[in-house]
Design a protein around this ligand. Sequence first.
Ligand code: HEC
Length: 138
Amino acid sequence: MKYLLLSFALAFGFMSLTSKPAAPAQSGIKASITRGKQVYLQQCLACHQVDASGVPNMNPPLIKTKQVLGDKTALIKIVLNGLKGVDIDGDSYNGVMAPHPDLTDREIADVLTYVRNSFGNKASAVTAAQVKVVRAAN
Ligand code: HEC
């Protein structure tokens, strides 16, 4: 049993070493993705799951959805204000997306940059400055 746990721990350690995101297109994006992963694990994982596949009928996936890859202002607003009763790429979900106004501009930028560049997604970074503008107008 001990050895089983140890080999799991080693396997996970190895996976986290080898599953680093690809080389950054813009400077700073890699660091943002690394920080964003920590925010994701603490704030988003419970509902959207570790692989962002969501929970059927409950919580939508964060994989190549219109919201994840689309307009950044709308995406930032989803994190700030939460979301409820909106069809996601034609499917409806019973869960309620909690608002996250207590996250800092940097944390929101990092987590969205992480999501937009993980799970098969590829999209430009979200910056703290962009979050600041959206929050001020929110
Ligand atoms: C309490 C559960 C919960 C938590 C925590 C949560 N979400 Fe959601 N999220 C949802 C649900 C449910 C929806 C769909 C709401 C609807 O149907 O209108 C959603 C929708 C979304 C969407 C738009 C739809 C899509 O799938 O692309 C994005 C983007 C999103 N969440 C990102 C996040 C991020 C980033 C975090 C962490 C900061 C997070 N969510 C935390 C439950 C959650």
